[in-house]
Design a protein around this ligand. Structure first.
Ligand code: KMH
Ligand code: ZN
Length: 285
């Protein structure tokens, strides 16, 4: 176990605007079409986001990993914004491993890579070790920078094992996201965050935190105070405050930006985030 890296001078804000779980009919503000996603990305970039974590939907607003649609979405986001584009390889809990691996064919800057299986509400988010290794090696070959999604302390231990056995990611940086408050994963508390950060592998160069549901705000405050970056968005919470639905993802980014400013670690530009994560330069502007 190692000490956490020193607090960075600025904060990378990732927006996760859609996810695979919320249903458009229940949450009309959820961006599900490409046009809605691009409009969201533009507004979130203006509000301080540096990266967008993308799940796409089909014409009926259902989660999909359709390769053509993923490729077109990456292109549309690159054309209209400077944001780093991170594609989810988690998809939805029903997506087959084969489709999750093929996400890399869409050539994003970054991809999520979850470090273990976790109960996910009433479902199970499956990430067996052989799949983790295959996805990791595919990300190295495709020159896509992974963001290691850690839902539990066991996932932190699995990251030690992965890096020890298979070396550093493409680009040489190790960026983690602590996902806290999923029913089945670690709780969204400062104590859990501190324990997870203390257990991160020594190769870790940056980390962020994501609080699910009512853990969104406490998670962000704990992350800022412990030197982490932030992920916010309607994938993680559809409530801005008790009884007040999120009207637009940009509201959550604005709030994260304001908190980062108060913490004297203002929001980082996409260019600075490219440098932080060492994403491929042919994908950069
Ligand atoms: N939708 C969850 C089952 C990821 O994007 O990699 C998985 C998830 C994590 O959202
Ligand atoms: Zn996701």
């Amino acid at each position: 176990m190692s000490a956490a890296p020193p607090p960075p001078p600025s904060t990378m804000i990732t927006v996760a605007p859609t996810g695979a779980e919320a249903i458009k009919a229940d949450v009309p503000a959820l961006p599900t079409t490409t046009d809605e996603l691009v409009e969201t990305a533009i507004r979130c970039e203006r509000a301080g986001a540096a990266m967008v974590h993308v799940h796409i939907r089909d014409d009926e607003d259902r989660p999909t990993l359709d390769r053509r649609r993923l490729t077109d979405t990456v292109a549309a986001l690159r054309e209209q914004t400077d944001l780093l584009v991170q594609l989810s390889t988690g998809g939805s809990v029903t997506d087959p491993f084969e489709d999750r691996l093929r996400v890399l064919d869409a050539r994003p800057d970054s991809c999520s890579l979850t470090m273990g299986t976790v109960n996910f509400g009433d479902a199970v988010f499956l990430n067996p070790w052989p799949f983790i290794v295959e996805l990791y090696q595919a990300s190295q070959a495709a020159e896509v920078v992974p963001e290691f999604e850690l839902f539990d302390l066991g996932h932190v231990a699995a990251l030690h094992r992965l890096l020890d056995a298979h070396g550093l990611p493409y680009g040489g940086r190790v960026h983690c996201d602590l996902v806290m408050g999923v029913p089945g994963g670690m709780p969204g508390t400062a104590a859990a965050l501190v324990a997870a950060v203390a257990a991160l592998p020594p190769q870790t160069t940056s980390w962020s935190a994501t609080g699910i549901g009512r853990c969104a705000l406490p998670g962000a405050l704990a992350a800022l105070s412990a030197g982490g970056h932030l992920r916010v968005g309607m994938e993680d919470t559809v409530s801005y405050a008790r009884g007040r639905p999120v009207a637009h993802n940009a509201e959550l980014v604005q709030r994260a930006s304001a908190l980062a400013e108060v913490a004297q670690r203002p929001a980082m530009s996409p260019a600075a985030a490219r440098d932080l994560l060492q994403v491929r330069t042919d994908a950069a502007r």
